[in-house]
Design a protein around this ligand. Structure first.
Ligand code: ADP
Ligand code: ZN
Length: 749
């Protein structure tokens, strides 16, 4: 394949200046036989493709259509940006949001790629210049809004026919479907593309997963020879936490002060509460602004812009905020009010961590919110719709109340099978300790029995607690169970009743006013004295230090200084900081402390163009810092991920057999014991467990101490991972194959 890569030949001092009219800056550097992998490394500065990017790109380059379903932050853009650079003509990217276009073009230009956009914000002169560049085949990507394609008398379509177009990319493709959550009538015109350009490939991309929308996209775009590329919708770098909403304000302030370097979004239900919360946060010196649809457009745009550029650290917003926010370093999304369904929750929390670094989704939950939302969910005169909305709300509430892995629940909700616990949600991180709760269970269950299984949860708790309320019938106040639960707060009775429901000791009827019923299981407790074990209600712990940061030891002070330098450059150039470099690039620098310009090639996000532009300033800062602090470079520990890929650890997949080994290990058996029990070789068992280290399910610390890992990693830095034997022979003799393997697996995490 012949590919051409185009670079800007000199530094635009201000990236925001109208780069599209200064095409005299642009110089074509045609290079032959550049592989997608080389472009990935040289232009984008990444070592490896993510998810199935490589297959998608290969498919597109073979001239076929593709539908790509990938979660937010998964790396959809690269799936058409990279082919665009390999193909001879221009790639037309249809995108619904003007703000997003600019962002994407800024990012590409910052990496030296010739890209531009055409939209209504530009004057005639600018537009003509872009047309000229297109006619000269000087652009690799052109972003347009769908309405542009409509144009008068198909003018634009005819123009496209007169130039060299190689590919159409339809971003946010779900907008074409009524079934998607964001239908846009302008998108309907895209059905014309295949008719007008039958021989050109089309790639449609979306983060919306359901089958209905997917099939509608294929149908409306008129795709015939296409392939669908689906990915897991899991966002492994987002940690999910749910905390009780009661007295949440102080906790929220503490959280924000604990994360004072980080940017985040706080979602509230109403416009008024965004304003109120912002004011309150400001009194603690927290840099926050409110955002909602009731504000003047200018003010909204200004605040959004400040947030993107990190001048505003925290956006306190209604759901009006977020669509089209491409900011990659949103470290947390907090819901202080309950979202109305899982779809909204997942979309909103999904705005965190697009850069792949550790991020948190925190929700403050109260049943009061459920009640409030129930009122909104009831659509007058439309019982069918109300029912669906209420069911969705119910699923949202269940998500908050379950005591099993929350990620599993989310993925299952979206129809994905998830069998393993994630170890990165509050439930997994605070695995509840169970205790003998037989007496508590007996009290609850006998109350349900004594009131003839005809009342709901709150009533049962009131009886247990001996409430004076008039709601409680006089005859129930005479029961022996009345008031036997005075010794424990009401909240806890509610908690245990829910636990009994979750564990199948109680059932809740489907009526409008659900009542609690006994089950076969509960009769065993009441009449056969069977014991009941339940988890204790507990405070949720939140990991203060993001886990991903704990994996490597990075220099915090240097990390902050690097971010400041990056922000300064971004300010000067009037672009958001993440367009210059993502947080993960800064983290890589502060971890591996490169010592030469050449070392920078190993740092994620440092492509050729960016090394030319910014390499020296960042390197100078690292060098000065290391000199002052007397720190040696750690770059030898940074194997290019591609080298690491030839790892000797046999790549396992999660299968029944690996899973059996995992379960046996979790039961406390040693690797030798598992091997013997399963009649498999010890090497096989090592590989099984190494696999679970590479997924994070098992902790490498349980197999190799950090000190020994450091020694092994040092050797890996020198020798690579091609030969286990070579490593073993060069390490002190007491280092085992198993330890080496586990260390390699942990590096793959
Ligand atoms: P999406 O459009 O799917 O939400 P983006 O295309 O904006 O996601 O990509 C999210 C982030 O991931 C961007 O910062 C992008 O540069 C980065 N990225 C994409 N592909 C890779 C890769 N192969 N390796 C490392 N980072 C990547
Ligand atoms: Zn979990």
């Amino acid at each position: 394949m012949v590919a051409q890569v185009f670079f800007l030949d000199r530094v635009p001092r201000n990236l925001n200046m109208k780069y599209f009219i200064i095409f005299t800056f642009l110089q074509m550097i045609p290079s032959t036989n550049i592989s997608p992998h080389e472009i990935l490394k040289n232009v984008f500065g990444y070592d490896d493709f993510r998810h199935n990017q490589q297959q998608i790109i290969g498919h597109i380059l073979s001239g076929k259509d593709a539908v790509v379903l990938m979660p937010t932050g998964g790396g959809k853009s690269l799936c058409y940006q990279l082919p665009a650079m390999c193909l001879p003509g221009v790639t037309i990217v249809v995108s619904p949001l003007i703000a997003l276009m600019k962002d994407q073009v800024d990012s590409l230009v910052a990496s030296g790629v010739k890209a531009a956009f055409l939209n209504s914000t530009q004057g005639n002169y600018e537009q003509q210049n872009i047309s000229l560049q297109l006619q000269r085949n000087e652009l690799k990507l052109l972003y347009v809004a769908p309405e542009r394609l409509l144009g008068s008398e198909a003018q634009f379509i005819n123009f496209l026919k007169s130039i060299n177009v190689s590919l159409f990319a339809i971003d946010e493709a779900h907008c074409i479907s009524h079934w998607g959550h964001d239908f846009r009538p302008e998108y309907r015109v895209l059905g014309e593309l295949k008719k007008q350009f039958p021989s050109l490939p089309v790639i449609a991309l979306t983060a919306t997963a359901d089958d209905l929308t997917k099939n509608d996209i294929i149908d409306k775009l008129g795709l015939t020879d296409y392939k669908v590329f689906e990915n897991s919708f899991n966002r492994p770098n987002i940690y999910y936490y749910v905390k009780p909403k009661k007295d949440y304000f102080d906790q929220l302030v503490n959280y924000l002060l604990d994360h004072k370097e980080d940017s985040g979004i706080i979602y509230c239900l109403s416009r008024v509460s965004t304003e109120k919360l912002t004011e309150e946060l400001k009194t603690y010196g927290i840099n926050a602004e409110a955002y909602h649809a009731g504000l003047e457009k200018n003010l909204r745009d200004e605040r959004q812009d400040k947030f993107l550029k990190d001048d505003v650290r925290i956006m306190v917003a209604t759901i009006a905020f977020g669509m089209g926010i491409n900011k990659s370093n949103v470290r947390f999304v907090i819901h202080v009010d309950l979202p109305k369904n899982i779809e909204s929750y997942y979309q909103e929390t999904g705005r965190a961590g697009r850069d792949g670094l550790h991020s948190e989704a925190l929700l403050y939950y109260s049943t009061g919110d459920v009640m409030k939302l129930k009122k909104f969910a009831t659509v007058e005169g439309n019982t069918a719709q109300s029912k669906i909305m209420l069911q969705k709300l119910d699923k949202m509430a269940t998500f908050c109340e379950i005591r099993t892995c929350r990620r599993k629940y989310l993925l299952n909700y979206f129809g994905e099978e998830a069998t393993n616990d994630c170890n990165s949600c509050d439930v997994c991180l605070n695995k509840p300790e169970t205790h003998d709760a037989t007496v508590i269970a007996q009290k609850i269950l006998s109350t349900v029995a004594r009131i003839n299984e005809r009342f709901g949860m709150l009533y049962v708790v009131d009886v247990l607690w001996g409430s004076n309320s008039e709601r409680i019938r006089a005859e129930h106040k005479q029961l022996s169970v009345f008031g036997i639960g005075k010794d424990m707060p009401k909240d806890q009775w509610k908690y245990y009743t829910k636990e009994l429901l979750n564990a199948g000791y109680l059932l809740q009827s489907d009526d409008e006013f659900p009542v609690l019923k006994l089950t076969e299981k509960s009769r065993q407790v009441l009449y056969k004295q069977e014991k009941v074990f339940l988890s204790k209600p507990m405070e949720v712990k939140i990991a203060k230090e993001p886990q991903i940061f704990q994996q490597h030891s990075y220099d915090k002070e240097l990390f902050n200084q690097l971010k400041q330098l990056r922000n300064m450059i971004a300010h000067e150039q009037n672009v958001p900081a993440y367009i210059i470099f993502s947080d993960s690039s800064m983290l890589d620098l502060a971890t591996y402390l490169p010592a030469t310009l050449n070392d920078l090639h190993k740092i994620s996000g440092f492509g050729e163009f960016k090394i030319q532009q910014y390499g020296k300033v960042f390197l100078d800062l690292v060098l000065t810092y290391c000199r002052e602090q007397n720190l040696p470079t750690q770059i030898h520990l940074k194997n290019s991920k591609r080298e690491r890929k030839i790892s000797v650890v046999k790549k396992e997949r999660s299968t029944e057999t690996t899973n059996i080994s995992l379960q046996l290990y979790k039961q406390g058996k040693s690797m030798d014991e598992i091997a013997e029990e399963r009649n498999l070789s010890i090497i096989t068992i090592q590989n099984h467990l190494a696999y679970y280290i590479s997924t994070g399910e098992l902790k490498v610390e349980d197999f190799v101490s950090s000190q020994r890992r450091e020694v092994i990693n040092m050797m890996i830095g020198k020798l690579g991972t091609e030969s286990l034997r070579n490593l073993k022979e060069n390490l002190p003799p007491d280092y085992t194959y198993s330890e080496i393997k586990m260390t390699i697996a942990s590096n793959e995490l």
